[in-house]
Design a protein around this ligand. Structure first.
Ligand code: C6P
Length: 414
């Protein structure tokens, strides 16, 4: 059995802040191990949403009355909170979007559309989520640019030796995940950014699986764009962030047209609002922004270092514990390597969907499928995996329940 020093996160009180975790499913206490898909929300976020709609609900940047002022102040204050979280030089560099997917589409369409030419190269990796692949494919088709990709080694780590070969004077941008949603691999973003910049390329980081679990300092990471989703850090769905360096955002054309994003409109042409509003056409998700800021404040109060230490210990504990399950393979980096507490599981003779169904009967929620990473599944030689993903509120006992349920699944199919 594993012996791991357990850090001092007060898990009992932390878990009490998450109403959704306080329920039985199929007669057992819920074990929620699908936080990579979406995290549960703390009361502070639910309360911030309720308070916004009950007291401050109005459209932003438009009305000259008290509620509109309050809504606008809350919306812009949330942007400042995000800028502080990212260590962004300015809140003007923080663009509200629907989520990581929209953020990457924005950069691919706007920056890519304006800057990519036939023969230019976009460098991605085989680890990427479809959201960090398909937008690049679309702009490559429109511009004649070419997509290249960095492979992984046997343990799911990026082959940095290949990166140097693939980075050429034609590479315009490197689009890479902070952490893999399928394997948990943490990518060395700073190193990748340094090498990309030396080759004259920009770097976009898909932070969907980074923002909740890893320190995010866009200046220390050395990237040019960073994208993340509110719902994966405990905020609401339908809100996310694109951070970009000011001079890049300034030079980029708008992504969508409409209200809010203009300075002056004539019948035939228009001029654009200052950053970040140039990229925020239409009525935004104000409550979402407020809720996302509440989530970031919540984790500040809990203590990000304690959270990271806990998740680190969970990862090591789980890798040890799951090794005892007969016929089970955990794909991806081992416990000595940079990884998050996301485990893609393959159980001999049992289809991942059957694993998920058996675990559900035991009140354990995991995800089975290709995890929107089909090229990665092909690279690993599997059609799908069963994925268990943890968050700050996951306990060691829940990992034990997962292991016991997997043992039972193995016996059923033996
Ligand atoms: N991954 C998962 O279960 P959105 O849907 O826009 O909030 O995030 C998209 C996205 C982009 N990149 C990575 C690395 C991601 O993990 C995700 C979302 C979920 O793994 C849903 S497919």
């Amino acid at each position: 059995m594993a012996t791991v020093a357990r850090p001092s996160l007060d898990l009992d009180s932390l878990r009490r802040e998450f109403p959704a975790l306080q329920q039985d499913v199929n007669g057992r206490p819920l074990v929620y191990l699908d936080s990579a898909a979406t995290a549960q929300r703390p009361r502070a976020v639910l309360e911030a949403l309720r308070a916004f709609y009950e007291h401050d609900n109005a459209n932003v940047h438009r009305g000259l009355y008290e509620l509109a002022r309050r809504a606008t102040d809350a919306y812009e204050a949330a942007r400042v909170t995000v800028a502080r979280f990212l260590n962004a030089p300015s809140p003007a560099e923080v663009v509200w979007v629907r989520g990581t997917t929209e953020a990457i589409n924005l950069v691919a369409a706007s920056w890519g559309g304006a800057n990519l030419r036939a023969g230019d190269e976009i460098l991605v990796t085989v680890l990427e989520h479809h959201s960090n692949l398909v937008p690049w494919q679309l702009v490559a088709q429109r511009t004649g640019a070419v997509l290249r990709s960095v492979d992984i080694d046997d343990r799911g780590r990026l082959r940095l030796d290949q990166l140097d070969e693939l980075l050429t004077d034609r590479t315009r941008i490197v689009a890479v995940g902070h952490a893999s949603n399928a394997l948990g691999t943490i990518n060395p973003v700073r190193e990748i950014a340094d090498r990309a910049h030396a080759a004259g390329a920009l770097v976009l980081v898909d932070g969907a699986q980074g923002a909740a679990h890893l320190p995010v300092d866009v200046q220390a990471l050395g990237c040019d764009f960073y994208a993340f989703s509110g719902h994966k850090v405990g905020g609401p769905m339908g809100i996310g962030v694109l951070w970009g360096r000011r001079e890049l955002l300034d030079a980029m054309p708008p992504y969508q047209g409409g209200g809010e994003m203009i300075a002056r409109v004539e019948l035939q042409q228009s001029t654009w609002a200052e950053l970040p509003h140039k990229f925020e056409a239409g009525t935004p998700n104000v409550a979402g922004a407020v809720g996302l800021a509440a989530a970031l404040d919540f984790w500040d109060a809990v203590g990000r270092e304690a959270v990271q230490a806990h998740e680190d210990a969970l990862a090591r504990y789980a890798l040890d514990r799951l090794r005892d399950v007969p016929g089970l393979r955990v794909l991806g980096p081992d416990s000595t390597e940079a990884r998050t507490a996301v485990f893609s599981l393959a159980l001999d003779g049992v289809h991942p969907h059957d694993i998920a169904t058996i675990l559900d009967a035991d009140g354990i929620a995991i995800r089975a499928g290709h995890h929107c990473a089909q090229p990665l599944m092909r690279r690993l030689g599997v059609p799908a995996t069963a994925r268990a993903s943890c968050f700050a509120y996951t306990t060691f006992e829940e990992i034990d329940r997962l292991a016991i349920a997997l043992e039972a699944a193995g016996r059923i199919f033996a």
